[in-house]
Design a protein around this ligand. Structure first.
Ligand SMILES: CC(C)(COP(=O)(O)OP(=O)(O)OC[C@H]1O[C@@H](n2cnc3c(N)ncnc32)[C@H](O)[C@@H]1OP(=O)(O)O)[C@@H](O)C(=O)NCCC(=O)NCCS
Length: 173
């Protein structure tokens, strides 16, 4: 008998990290250092992947990062991570970065990123994770495009041939 895991919604993995930008975390222009933001995003994504899978998870790949806006010293930064799609052992995590105006409380989207995490057992071997059922329109869009992104990541990593990347071929051919 095969045990079927109960699917989960993206909202069940939602993780929000809120923190300030301190002087030691900035570049010479007094904006948040890119590597510091990558670390915050990795932490949020790791917690989201763990909430979805309830397993040890490791970062397999950073698929996409866009540093669209500089984040000045003193900013309040919200890093929001959610599982957008689960495959067998891997999960795509979408991360949205918002900067909060301290006076008005208004939020501006500063950056976004997409990470892939893999759930592993105590020996580091990949293990199966629950599937995802997207609910909102945005969650559905991200879910639908995730297989294409997984194939692109695997092709770039040399783990899949372009010939096998059926979703990518469907776009370009
Ligand atoms: C991530 C890791 C577990 C994958 O192991 P592996 O031997 O390649 O295992 P598999 O080939 O079975 O791949 C496992 C899953 O990861 C996915 N995967 C592996 N590399 C990937 C990549 N570059 N992009 C997207 N997905 C990837 C595979 O497609 C597979 O997904 P699926 O099970 O959902 O179909 C292994 O490479 C590892 O432990 N890496 C180090 C992780 C780490 O320490 N991260 C922190 C860096 S400091």
């Amino acid at each position: 008998m095969t045990y079927k895991m109960t699917p989960k919604h993206p909202s069940e993995s939602l993780t929000i990290l809120t923190d300030l930008v301190l002087p030691s975390e900035t570049n010479p222009l007094n904006n948040l250092f890119g590597g510091e933001l990558l670390a915050r995003m990795d932490r949020a994504a790791s917690i989201a992947a763990g909430r979805h899978s309830r397993r040890i998870t490791v970062t397999a790949s950073v698929n996409h990062v866009a540093f669209n806006r500089a984040i000045p010293l003193g900013s309040v930064v919200n890093v929001e991570a959610k599982v957008s799609r689960a495959f067998k052992s891997s999960m795509e995590i979408f991360i949205d970065v918002w900067v909060e105006d301290r006076q008005s409380g208004n939020r501006t989207k500063a950056n976004e990123a997409i990470y892939t995490f893999v759930a592993v057992d105590d020996t580091g071997r990949p293990v199966e994770v629950p599937q995802i059922i997207p609910e909102t329109e945005l969650e559905k869009q991200r879910f639908d495009a995730a297989l294409r992104r997984k194939q692109l990541s695997l092709v770039l990593a040399g783990k899949m041939t372009p010939h096998e990347a059926t979703e990518l071929k469907a776009i370009f051919l």
